[in-house]
Design a binder for this molecule. Structure first.
Ligand code: ADP
Ligand code: MG
Length: 694
C-alpha cells in the first residue's frame, strides 16, 4: 500500500487549481496525469525580472521591470500596425506593443492615467523603446510579485507559462517533508539538501545555477531517481535468486553434437563464449536471467538453439518467443532441419492457430510430446500449459514489456530465461534498465560477410536513385524500400508507403510489393514469402521489416527520410542486407534541411557497422532518453536523471542498492520505511511486492 504521506502527490492533476477539463489533456500529454508528474517537470531556464531601471535606461535585448503611467491607447489595424499603448515615467516614454491585441481586455489591464508595473523584453525600435507583448502587467501593489527570478517550464501547444507555473507551485505546496532515505553520511559528504529542499530549489531557483545538472539539488534529485530504479531492480533480482531454480545440464551433449555436425559453419569465438556462459548459468540451481546482445546477423539464433538443446536433453521443454508472426515462422523454418538432425519435436503456436488443431497442439504440449515450442505472444495465453518448461528464450526483447517476460516465466517451475536483443544497448543504459542483469555479447560477426556500402544522399536526388535501383533490379538484385516514419501517425506512415509503392509500380510494374503494419498477419507473410522467393524484387515497407527478417538475396536497402529514424533503428534496417555473399548497398536518403547533429548521426552510420559503437555514439549525440525511442524499447524513462551528466551516480546507486539489500534483504531495518517511500514516490512499487513482508 502506498504510504499515506504520498497521497497528495498521487492525486489526479485536476485536483490542482487552474487545471480543468480543458487543460488536463494538455498536461497529460506534456508530463502526466498525477500531481507528482508536475514535480518532475523541471524548469529549463530562468528569467531575471529584478532589473528595474527608469525607462530611458532600459537595456535593449534584456528583460526589465518598469513602473510607468499609462498615457494613451492606439488601437491597431492589422499585422503591420499593431495595437500600441504609450506609457511614460519621469525620464521618458515607451510603447507596449500587442499584435492581435484585444481592445477591451487591454483597456481593462491598462486604464489610462493609472500606474502599472510592466515586465518584459526591452526593444529599441526607430529610436523608441518598445515592450512587445510584456509578460506581466500588474498594479503597483503587486510589484514584489513580479520583480523576481522566474522559472521557465517546457511547454506544449496550447499550454502557456503562467498557468503551468501556477499549477507547479500548487503541486510543490502539496509536497510534504518526507523521511530521509539517503544515507546521512553520504548526504553530508555530497552537501546535498533534503528531498523537499532540493525540489524547491530547482522549481524556484535563485539563479540559473540551480538548474545546472551538476548543482547539488539537481544531483540529489537525480540520485533519488537512480536509487529508486536500481533498488527496484535489485529487489526483483534478489527475488528471482531466492526462488530455487533447477539445474539444467546435458553432460553427454548428444543433441548438441548432432546439431553441430549438421551446421554448415563453425561457431565464432563470441558464440562459443556466450554458449559456455549460458551453460554455466543453466547448470546452477538458480534461475538464469541472462541477456544475449548481438548485432543483427551476429548469429544469436544458433546460440539460443544450443541452449534449448541442453534444456531438452536434461528432460525439460523449451520455448522460443518472437515478437512477430513473420519472425516466429522464420525461426521455425531455420530450426526445423536442425531439430530433425537432433531428433527433437518442434511446433509453432501463433495467434492464427485456432480450434481443433490448436487443441491438439496444446494437448501434446501438456503431454510433453513437444520439446520446443516456437511462437508469438500467443505463448502467453492461459491455456498454454507445458509439461515441464525449463528454458524460455525471448527474441528481440525490446518489443516486449517486462510483465510479459514474467508471465512466460510463470508458466514453468523455475524457468531459466534468456533474453535476446539485436539492439546494442550501451553499458550505462544496460545498467540503468536491468541493473546487474548478466549479459553476453556477440561482438564478432560470422566470417565471410562483406561490408555494406552505405551512402548518405539528399532526397533531391531521388530520381537518380530510383533509376539506379531499376538497373540493379534488372541485374537481379532484390531491394527493400523503407518509407518515412511520420510521427505519431500510423495512418500517415501508411499513406507515404502507399504513395511510394504506387510510383514505383508505375515504373517497375508487378515486381513491386508493399508490406505494412496494418496488414493482416497472413497477408504480410504472403508478401514476405513472395519477396523471399523472388516473385517480388522491390519491397516497399514501413518499419515492420525492422526486426529480424532474413532474406539473404536482398542486397539493397533504401531508407527515405533517414533523418527521421533513430540511429539504432537505421542500423537494424541496414542489417536486413549484407546477409548473403553478395555485395550490399544501403542508401540513406535525407530531406532538407539537415541540422548539424542529424548530419553527424548519419555520418556515423556511414563510418561504421559496429552496432555497439553506433549505440554509444547515438547516446552521446542524443542523450539516453531518446536513443532507442525509450517508449518502445521498454527501457525506463528518467525524469530527473540525465545519464550523460549523472552517469557517475548510476554506478554508485547500483552499489548502494546492493549494499542496502545485503544488510537488510527484506527492507525491515531502520532506513527501510524511508526507502519504501522512495520506491513508491518513483512508482517502482511493483518491486515492493516481491518482498515477503510486502
Ligand atoms: P541474429 O543474431 O540477427 O538473430 P541469425 O541467428 O539470424 O542472426 O544469424 C544470421 C545468419 O548467420 C544466419 O543465416 C546464420 O545461419 C548465420 N550464422 C550464424 N552463425 C554463423 C557462424 N558462426 N558462421 C557463419 N554463419 C553463421
Ligand atoms: Mg534473430
Amino acid at each position: 500500500m502506498r504510504p499515506q504521506c504520498l497521497f497528495p502527490l498521487f492525486a489526479p492533476i485536476t485536483a490542482l487549481p487552474g487545471v480543468g477539463p480543458r487543460l488536463a489533456p494538455l498536461y497529460e500529454r506534456l508530463l502526466g496525469s498525477k500531481v507528482v508528474d508536475l514535480l518532475w517537470h523541471l524548469p529549463t531556464s530562468v528569467v531575471d525580472r529584478r532589473c528595474s531601471p527608469r525607462l530611458n535606461d532600459a537595456p535593449p535585448g534584456q528583460v526589465a521591470t518598469v513602473t510607468v503611467r499609462v498615457e494613451a491607447h492606439f488601437p491597431g489595424d492589422g499585422p503591420r500596425r499593431p495595437y500600441r499603448v504609450r506609457v511614460s515615467d519621469e525620464t521618458g516614454f515607451a510603447h507596449l506593443v500587442f499584435f492581435h491585441g484585444r481592445e477591451d481586455w487591454l483597456r481593462h489591464q491598462l486604464p489610462e492615467g493609472e500606474i502599472r508595473i510592466v515586465s518584459g523584453l526591452v526593444e529599441h525600435f526607430n529610436n523608441e523603446i518598445n515592450f512587445p507583448h510584456p509578460d506581466h502587467i500588474v498594479p503597483p501593489e503587486r510589484k514584489a510579485e513580479v520583480m523576481v527570478i522566474e522559472q521557465v517550464y517546457p511547454l506544449t501547444a496550447g499550454l502557456t507559462q503562467r498557468p503551468l507555473a501556477k499549477a507547479a507551485a500548487a503541486a510543490l505546496a502539496r509536497a510534504p517533508e518526507l523521511p530521509e532515505w539517503q544515507d546521512p553520511a553520504w548526504l553530508a559528504r555530497q552537501s546535498w539538501p533534503s528531498w523537499r529542499t532540493a525540489l524547491l530549489a530547482v522549481h524556484r531557483p535563485d539563479d540559473a545555477g540551480a538548474l545546472n545538472p551538476d548543482s547539488p539539488p539537481r544531483r540529489r534529485l537525480a540520485y533519488d531517481e537512480l536509487l529508486a530504479t536500481q533498488l527496484a531492480l535489485a529487489l526483483v533480482r534478489a527475488n528471482l535468486r531466492r526462488q530455487k531454480g533447477r539445474s539444467l545440464a546435458a553432460p553427454a551433449g548428444v543433441m548438441r553434437a548432432k546439431v553441430m555436425a549438421a551446421l554448415p559453419f563453425q561457431l565464432t569465438g563470441a558464440q562459443s563464449r556466450a554458449v559456455s556462459e549460458i551453460d554455466s548459468d543453466m547448470a546452477e540451481p538458480l534461475r538464469m536471467l541472462r541477456l544475449l546482445q548481438g548485432d543483427v546477423g551476429s548469429g544469436k539464433t544458433v546460440v539460443a538453439l544450443l541452449a534449448m538443446l541442453t534444456a531438452i536433453e536434461a528432460g525439460a521443454q523449451a520455448a522460443l518467443m518472437a515478437p512477430t508472426e513473420i519472425l516466429a515462422r522464420q525461426h521455425l523454418a531455420t530450426l526445423s532441419p536442425l531439430a530433425e538432425a537432433a531428433g527433437i519435436r518442434l511446433a509453432l503456436l501463433t495467434g492464427r492457430d485456432k480450434g481443433k488443431a490448436r487443441e491438439k497442439l496444446l494437448a501434446s504440449l501438456a503431454e510433453g510430446d513437444i520439446d520446443l515450442l516456437i511462437g508469438t505472444h500467443a505463448l502467453f495465453q492461459e491455456d498454454v500449459v507445458f509439461r515441464e518448461l525449463g528454458l524460455a528464450v525471448i527474441d528481440e526483447q525490446h518489443r516486449f514489456g517486462v510483465h510479459q517476460r514474467l508471465d512466460l516465466a510463470a508458466k514453468g517451475f523455475a524457468v531459466d530465461m534468456l533474453v535476446m536483443t539485436a539492439t546494442p544497448i550501451p553499458r550505462t543504459l544496460l545498467l540503468s534498465a536491468y541493473g546487474d542483469m548478466d549479459a553476453s555479447r556477440l561482438d564478432e560477426k560470422p566470417p565471410g560477410r562483406q561490408p555494406i556500402d552505405t551512402r548518405v544522399v539528399p532526397l533531391t536526388r531521388l530520381d537518380e536513385m530510383v533509376a539506379a535501383v531499376g538497373r540493379a533490379v534488372n541485374g537481379g538484385a532484390r531491394v527493400y524500400w523503407v518509407c518515412p516514419l511520420v510521427e505519431e501517425s500510423e495512418q500517415l506512415d501508411l499513406a507515404a508507403a502507399e504513395a511510394r509503392h504506387q510510383t514505383l509500380t508505375e515504373q517497375f510494374g508487378e515486381r513491386v510489393g508493399l508490406i505494412h503494419g496494418r496488414m493482416k498477419g497472413s497477408a504480410r507473410d504472403a508478401v514476405m514469402e513472395r519477396f523471399a522467393a523472388g516473385d517480388i524484387d522491390i519491397l516497399v515497407a514501413t518499419t515492420v521489416i525492422e526486426v529480424g527478417v532474413n532474406v539473404p538475396e536482398a542486397t539493397i536497402m533504401v531508407v527515405e527520410h533517414a533523418e527521421r529514424f533513430g540511429l539504432a533503428q537505421l542500423h537494424q534496417l541496414r542489417g536486413r542486407v549484407g546477409r548473403g555473399s553478395g555485395r550490399s548497398t544501403c542508401l540513406l536518403l535525407y530531406g532538407h534541411p539537415l541540422g548539424e547533429v542529424a548530419k553527424a548521426r548519419l555520418e556515423i552510420l556511414r563510418a561504421t557497422e559496429d552496432g555497439f559503437v553506433i549505440a554509444e555514439e547515438d547516446l552521446r549525440l542524443r542523450g539516453g532518453g531518446e536513443i532507442l525511442g525509450t517508449r518502445q524499447s521498454g527501457l525506463p524513462e528518467f525524469h530527473l536523471a540525465d545519464l550523460d551528466r549523472h552517469g557517475d551516480l548510476l554506478e554508485i546507486a547500483r552499489d548502494d542498492s546492493r549494499l542496502i539489500l545485503d544488510r537488510d534483504p527484506e527492507l525491515t531495518g531502520p532506513r527501510s520505511e524511508a526507502l519504501r517511500v522512495l520506491l513508491y514516490l518513483f512508482e517502482r512499487d511493483a518491486a515492493i511486492r516481491t518482498l515477503r513482508s510486502g
